[in-house]
Design a protein around this ligand. Sequence first.
Ligand code: SF4
Length: 307
Amino acid sequence: MTIGRFGLRRRQYDFPPFRPPSEANSLLLRVTRGCPWNRCTFCSMYKGIKFERRPIDEILEDISMAKELYRDQVRTVFIGDSNSLVLKAEEWAIILKALYDSFPHIERVTSYARAKTIAKKPKEDLQKIFEAGLNRLHVGLETGDRDLLKEIDKGATPEEMIEAGKKAKEAGFEYSLYVLLGIGGEDRWEQHARGTADVLNQIDPHFIRVRTFIPQPHSELYDAMEEGRFIPASPETILKETRLLLEKLQVTSYFLSDHISNLVPLHGKLPETKEEMIRLIDEVLKELQRDDHLREELEARRHLTNL
Ligand code: SF4
């Protein structure tokens, strides 16, 4: 249970609307609102929210409110919203000092970030932010394929994705990359898998987190699907894509499918568990050929919303 969900809500604490599944037990702290990019064609997360930097005083007030109730319980903190790395290193230093002073048992502070922002930030600033106590970054790679990155308007090229990853790792961060299975639709699964493996191999992030693309209402790709311009990948295609991605990966990352949208639970350290994961995919692929119920069950996940 997210820390403070009940106690702080009553006090008008400003909760970020989204957090990664791995931050389920964290204190959530909102330092910005919305997404400064807000253009990715698959994303509806922050569509109705105007991007804002919260005034530092307001953030410090929230920290102090949380401290009153949860001083000794907080072990991990997640910073929202989608790209708070746009803040200056000096602002991060103030926020992080207040957090570490208020919660003596903090083990990790994590934030979402955009690759382009990391690529543009001076390395010394990244180092300062890391040294002040932000330890982990969650970044959306989605795909490593150049054409697909452009089409989904991710706002970063494969080269910028690689530059950002290398820079963040050199600055000391634990680096976690999201991959969107099925973002190439039914037709381009192979180029998606190959391009993504190429980028991941050059970064070798600490974590690769896959989630299955489910078109969300109020996003451009949802409209494209409704108009027949985007054909969502079938369960078989997504499994073949995942298999090819795993096969091509030459990394030492943890591979995690810690999301409700995923078709097969795949978790493991690479390269050690690669063969085991590929075997599991092959079993499900075989099962799909003879079990219509399984197919219906997997197809039904396409209708999940509000992820
Ligand atoms: S995917 Fe991330 S960067 Fe893209 S619009 Fe959504 S929140 Fe912003």
